[in-house]
Design a protein around this ligand. Structure first.
Ligand SMILES: Cc1cc2nc3c(=O)[nH]c(=O)nc-3n(C[C@H](O)[C@H](O)[C@H](O)COP(=O)(O)O)c2cc1C
Length: 166
């Protein structure tokens, strides 16, 4: 048994020029929607972004998303607050991680971009992605064929483990 598929997920921020096929995008989204979901409400929605000027626009306004100038693809993970008011962020986080774990299997790499600032900054996310009021943005994942190599690793740390109580 190997858990390397987990350990080899690393944040990849440099990409080649190659575009990602629709077949691979569908596989990525299948992985996303296989995530666990509270009450199985599945409040998630996914916005596939390939348009160069839209990717550049997100890179313009996301302070830590400058790799989007190079990425051929991004997927915005959104949640419907009306369907799952308390737990949509957790469901969308699980879907985001599933996407990240699927990418290396498809020969791709990517990085999770937190969107707290995009949500708070004069509703930039809502305008940028034409989101309805009940739909909130949890993450954007920049995706492409890797142009950097990162080592698998576990980050296992005994200090973070407690038994029975703190
Ligand atoms: C909630 C969240 C938000 C993140 N936001 C960003 C981001 O805005 N820009 C970025 O380059 N990386 C972002 N990352 C990636 C982390 O920087 C990365 O996971 C961390 O440095 C560990 O490296 P690794 O992913 O290669 O294991 C984010 C990760 C998480 C979980």
């Amino acid at each position: 048994m190997s858990l390397n598929y987990i350990f080899r997920r690393r944040s990849i921020r440099k990409y080649t020029d190659e575009s990602v096929s629709n077949k691979k995008i569908k596989s990525i989204l299948e992985a996303a929607m296989a995530a666990p979901s509270a009450h199985n409400y599945k409040p998630w929605h996914f916005i596939v972004i390939k348009n160069r000027s839209k990717l550049d626009r997100i890179a313009d306004i996301h302070p830590y998303g400058k790799m989007l100038y190079q990425a051929p693809l991004a997927i915005a993970v959104c949640g419907n607050k009306k369907i799952s008011p308390d737990l949509w962020t957790q469901d969308c986080s699980a879907a985001t991680e599933n996407i990240l774990l699927a990418l290396p299997e498809l020969g791709l790499g990517g990085v999770w971009l937190g969107c707290y600032l995009l949500n708070s900054r004069k509703n930039a996310a809502k305008e940028l992605l034409s989101l309805p009021d009940e739909i909130k943005l949890l993450s954007i994942i920049a995706i492409g064929y890797p142009a950097e190599d990162k080592k698998s690793r576990t980050q296992f740390d005994e200090k973070c483990i407690h038994y029975e109580k703190w």
